[in-house]
Write a protein that binds this ligand. Structure first.
Ligand SMILES: Cc1cc2nc3c(=O)[nH]c(=O)nc-3n(C[C@H](O)[C@H](O)[C@H](O)COP(=O)(O)OP(=O)(O)OC[C@H]3O[C@@H](n4cnc5c(N)ncnc54)[C@H](O)[C@@H]3O)c2cc1C
Length: 463
């Protein structure tokens, strides 16, 4: 059977688009696991939607499980494979089709690297607001498949808010194409949204039309120290109200994270002294640099007067802004301090974050084998990341850590995945944030779009 499908794929697509044997082993399933050989029956390298459709028709006929590979930056095991699976890697479908500066849209192939898409928009003085640490490797298709969030969600929304049109290949090879540039379309169900965040389990994204915005003429940022979580919430409301819709980022770092990112082992210097419990990075996108800078200064002065902040500094230029953002974004620095690292991406109601996370840190520290807990995140979105450094990679320790981090979420209406998705690693915890009826409906949708369960089998849901 495996020989017959490979010969069918080679005959239909051409030998050069179907990698097997040693050429498969040279590849990998995650950017952080490049040393591990890829296990797969074949890797398909489509160059067009027609190629993806042809490949899926053949896989469907053979009941062949398929795993889609984008930029391989996901943090939930969703691109892991086994030796019997066919990988479709979108890397050759990487073109920017069009930047339309009047409609303010970007039409792009799914394999386009996010940073390249951002640069294409910037050439026409437009901004693709989607932005996160893995932008140099993650692809637009992967970002859509995971409904990626990132650093500007508070102003521009998640990826789903930016997708205007989508082209998708279904499990049986059917092409569903709606590459419209319009913002409003209430003509019955919004089918594209089914695929956004479906992690390659409902269809393969081949092209997209993304919404762009005018590039903000000014970008300002400040880094401040806060000694109490309740004051972080007060500061958030104060800054958001005062900036009048211009707040584009409000990121929180716990002391342990900030201190490690800026200690003597790190290349990054601390813009303000270490030792405070919390650090907040505020960013604004506006239209008048001087006026926006003055507003930021006034708001911070008011926050000092109200004793909501203890210390702070305002970026004087774009170099300072990049410096502040590197402290928040270059999480590889804390990862290098961990013998083994375990990552979390949870959602919680904003007012409860301080108490819940501090209790969680306390419980984790009591666990044998836990060496570090680094909390940080998009506090304005109620989304906190934790990187837990531990002494070993045993399943027992992993499960104990999971149990502690996820324990409070169900009762407070949180989520085990704010933006990274479910993949393989969080599947067992889906029922903590989705009801039985919700999961049953998800399975009905999966079964109707992929009745043979060939797309990313075993990921997201157990069918
Ligand atoms: C340093 C770092 C920082 C990160 N920061 C953030 C962050 O701030 N916010 C955030 O949301 N995420 C973040 N991530 C996670 C990750 O970058 C995102 O989930 C990203 O959107 C994944 O894109 P990718 O192209 O790498 O997809 P992959 O990892 O290749 O795939 C992810 C999933 O999407 C599927 N898929 C990929 N391409 C397609 C396609 N064309 N059609 C259908 N399915 C497809 C895959 O099968 C898989 O299920 C970060 C990751 C790293 C390593």
């Amino acid at each position: 059977m495996s020989n017959s499908i490979i010969s069918d794929l080679k005959e239909a697509l051409g030998n050069e688009k179907v990698l097997t044997d040693a050429a498969v082993k040279e590849r990998f399933y995650h950017i952080w696991k490049m040393e591990e050989d890829l296990e797969a029956l074949a890797v398909i390298l489509p160059v067009s939607t027609e190629d993806v459709s042809t490949c899926m028709k053949i896989c469907h006929a053979h009941n062949q499980p398929v795993v889609v590979h984008g930029g391989l930056t996901n943090l939930v095991g969703s691109t892991e494979t086994n030796p019997n699976e066919v990988v479709i890697s979108m890397e050759k479908m990487d073109k920017v089709v069009e930047v339309d500066d009047s409609s303010r849209t970007l039409t792009v192939e799914a394999g386009c690297i996010l940073e390249n898409a951002q640069m294409a928009a910037a050439e026409k003085d437009l901004l693709l607001p989607l932005n996160f640490g893995a932008k140099g490797s993650a692809q637009i298709g992967g970002a859509i498949a995971t409904n990626a969030g990132g650093l500007r969600v508070v102003k521009y929304g998640m990826t789903r808010n930016l997708v205007l049109g989508l082209e998708v290949v279904l499990a049986d090879g059917t092409v569903l194409s709606s590459l419209k540039k319009i913002i409003k379309d209430n003509s019955a169900y919004d089918l594209k949204q089914l695929f956004v965040g479906s992690e390659g389990s409902l269809g393969i994204v081949t092209k997209a039309v993304m919404k762009l915005v005018e590039t903000p003429k000014s970008r300002n940022a400040a880094l401040v120290a806060v000694n109490d979580y309740h004051k972080v919430v007060k500061l958030l409301k104060h800054i958001d109200a005062g900036l009048g819709g211009k707040m584009s980022g409000f990121e929180l770092m716990w002391n342990k994270f900030y201190d490690t990112m800026t200690d003597e082992k790190s290349v990054l210097r601390p813009p303000i002294a270490s030792g405070f419990p919390y650090y907040v990075l505020v960013e604004s996108h506006g239209g008048d640099h001087l006026a926006d800078q003055e507003t930021m200064e006034r708001l911070l002065a008011e926050a000092f007067d109200n004793q909501w902040i203890e210390d702070g500094t305002i970026a004087q230029n774009s170099t300072d802004i990049e410096w502040f953002f590197k402290i928040r974004e270059n999480v590889d620095e804390v990862v290098t301090r961990c013998t083994v690292d375990q990552h979390f991406d949870i959602s919680l109601p904003i007012p409860l974050i301080g108490e819940v996370i501090n209790q969680t840190i306390g419980r984790l520290k009591e666990l044998d084998g836990v060496e570090h807990v680094f909390p940080f995140g998009h506090v304005a979105d109620g989304n906190i990341h934790l990187i837990v450094g531990k002494s070993n990679d045993s399943d027992q320790l992993k499960n104990e850590i999971n149990a502690i981090v996820y324990a409070p979420l169900q009762a407070i209406g949180g989520s085990v995945s704010a933006e990274h998705g479910i993949g393989l690693h969080k599947k067992a915890y889906l029922n903590l944030c989705r009801s039985e009826n919700e999961i049953a409906l998800m399975k009905t949708i999966k079964q109707s779009l992929d009745p043979k369960n060939i797309l990313n089998r075993g990921k997201v849901l157990d069918i």
